[in-house]
Design a protein around this ligand. Sequence first.
Ligand SMILES: [Zn+2]
Length: 356
Amino acid sequence: MTVADVFDDIVGQDRALRSLRNLVQTPSHAYLLSGPAGSAKLEAAIATAAALQCEQGGCGICDECQRVLRRTHPDVTVISRAGVNWSVDEIRDAERIARRIPVQGRYQILVLPNIELSVLAAPALLKTLEEPPRRTIFILLADELPDHLTTVESRCVKVPFSALHFDDIVTVLERSGVSSVQARMAAEAADGNLDRARVVARDEELAQRVTAWRNVPDQLRSVSPVALAQSIIAGLDAAIAPLQAVHAEELDTWKRDAELAGRRGGQKDVEQRHQREQRRFRTDELRFGLSTLTRTYRERLVASLEGGDDGDLRATNEAKSSIAAITAITHAYENLTLNANENLLLTDLLTTLTRT
Ligand SMILES: [Zn+2]
């Protein structure tokens, strides 16, 4: 059996990588890598593409492997969509590339991320998958598997991915030069999402936000729930600023390219995608804050249980109020969706916490 070294740099996902290592030995024309956002699916897809092109099944050192890993291989294309959803035209463009004869490699490989965002384009995608050119391989990636993908799924070899473990995220961040303390904090804030962990690891204000959340119980003694909710939201606004800067730059580049190419329309799609990413960032950030707050109350609970003697009224009351607080936070966490009104949700929660 070939040792597929090209997968070795990917941390975690042992089971998925084991499947991929086996699968590349008898290639299929379509794979579907599915699992939560930030679970290293794209990294795994690139490694799979290298393993397929490489004569040794993914040695990681030959020219084929190197080119695929550096993303300069002429026969491996990662196609990304411009708007919120895949458009039928984008899928047709992918199909055109799929029909090309490989110029250097053994296969023509196309990687399509976020294929779950393809309600309208799914039929076109399906048609492409049903009549695959002989030497073409599709690697589709999906964060979720909605109903409209059922038929697409049935045409693919499926490889499930799970959210990454805390330790795996810490390892990846440390390898990229992030300090151990910052890596652990970012991994905690990332909730299994490596992409988010990479963003927050570079965030110098992260430690301050952790402290702010941990101080909520003390703050509530002197600050009103309304004022505290507002200050937490101000912290959120500051946290998202770097992402907004990246998006503004991306939009400028897009506008310049569109002008050069004489392209009209499509700008709204880019803006909508940015809005969606920013909403998700805020929701993730709030989830992280609520988890930090839960941990703070849990520590208080443990301390009151360990500290108090049997029948110690003060300790018993403190334990009870910590449990009530944890229940309220869990409830808020569950109500947190992309469309939640942050201000209302936080003010409600903080008001409840002052009563516990
Ligand atoms: Zn190789």
